[in-house]
Design a protein around this ligand. Sequence first.
Ligand SMILES: O=C(O)CCC(=O)C(=O)O
Length: 261
Amino acid sequence: MKLATDEQQQILAEFYREGFAIVRNVLSGDEVKTLRELADRFLDDPSLESTFITPILKTNVLRSTQALHPAFAELLVHEPLIRLAKAVLGKNVAFCGQNVIRSDTNTGISMWHVDDLLEFPLPDDIPRHDARIKLPVFWFSFQIALSDIDSPENGPTEVVPRSHYSGRDVPKVERPEFEGRGPVPILCKAGDVYLFNHQLWHRGSVNRSSRRRYLMQNQYCRAWGPYRFASTDAARRLPADRMPDNPRLAQLLEPTRKTPG
Ligand SMILES: O=C(O)CCC(=O)C(=O)O
């Protein structure tokens, strides 16, 4: 699927302004079916439980799917995803994650949050970031509906639009609001995709339907991301059998040793 230049510009403008932007009908019905069946196959494989599956609030997340099947890996360069990713992160865009979230009835990653940490905090007396600033994006996700998530019962992602401009973490209330706007559900048909800024106040609402809800995530970062945070080079240079007996050093190096690139 190819986007016209003005369509792409519109999508990107919306993404920067609102924190998310939907692109409809990116995947065909056949592509969706294949990916969903693969997700089920791997999520139901007990041998992958400790290595590829992370439950979050009883919701199963299949991680590193690019390593499990070429159909997942190829989705990373599907158009218009890769073109949009380059437009946001630069022509040397890098890969930083691919997951499928499968929410059964009464599950969902339902706590409000921003991912990782609040990247651009403000002091109390500055109400928000100036809307004229195009806030930098270091990494972002495409969230890809692999089932119809087209009503609030299906557990759509809920976001507070423009809250990535707030300079604040999500307030600890049931219905967070930013400048008079409360949460909105992102409603999609299977095959629709949305660009998603993880600094937006968000959550996956609970799936209240009897149908499983499948959401795939393709995650991309700036070219320096993998080198800065998980370089194969850094891992290769770890002292393998010459490690001093130093618990603080062992703790510091542990994540890189466990996931060497
Ligand atoms: O399931 C969703 O819609 C949102 C997932 C989420 O909050 C996350 O991956 O950080």
